[in-house]
Design a protein around this ligand. Structure first.
Ligand SMILES: [Zn+2]
Length: 158
């Protein structure tokens, strides 16, 4: 919903007459826009933030898990932006720093396949060979995660 004078993401009052967002949301949009190579439009970033915003709880939520996100830098639940897949057309997701570290360079589909397989193996019930196949398939595509996939100096996701 779009209301005059209110943030396009969270519907709080806009921080400036010419602005389209409140200060908090504008800061989040600018944080992503300035990241080299990400190249998502401000509109795409606002749309992702709008999907993530929980107006009743007045917080952003992880698009993968639904957990409440933090605005504290380097907190495990800090709001970070994630490439849903290897290409720009795969889109942008909002998630928690720790969840993004777990996802690294996995596509959404790979992430949703790997996590339950891992959980089953850790619980002693899973198919270790199937998990091994998933892990090796990822490496064979030349997308071995690096330290940068988990930790970036400016608090951004991968
Ligand atoms: Zn806002």
């Amino acid at each position: 919903m779009k209301r005059d004078g209110f943030c396009l993401v969270c519907e709080d009052p806009r921080h400036h007459a010419c602005a389209v967002c409140c200060r908090r949301c504008q800061d989040l949009v600018e944080r992503v826009e300035t990241r080299v190579g990400l190249a998502f439009s401000a509109g795409t970033i606002r749309e992702a933030l709008r999907r993530s915003w929980d107006g009743e709880a007045r917080c952003f939520r992880c698009e993968y898990t639904g957990i409440k996100l933090s605005d504290v830098q380097h907190h495990p639940a800090e709001l970070v932006f994630d490439h849903a897949g290897p290409t720009k057309s795969d889109g942008l997701r909002i998630t928690a720093r720790l969840i993004n570290c777990i996802k690294t360079t996995l596509s959404e589909a790979e992430f949703y396949e790997l996590v339950p397989a891992l959980a089953s193996v850790l619980a002693g019930e899973g198919d270790r060979d199937a998990l091994e196949k998933l892990v090796y398939a990822h490496v064979q595509r030349g997308r071995t995660p690096t330290a940068e996939d988990c930790e970036t100096p400016d608090s951004q996701g991968s």
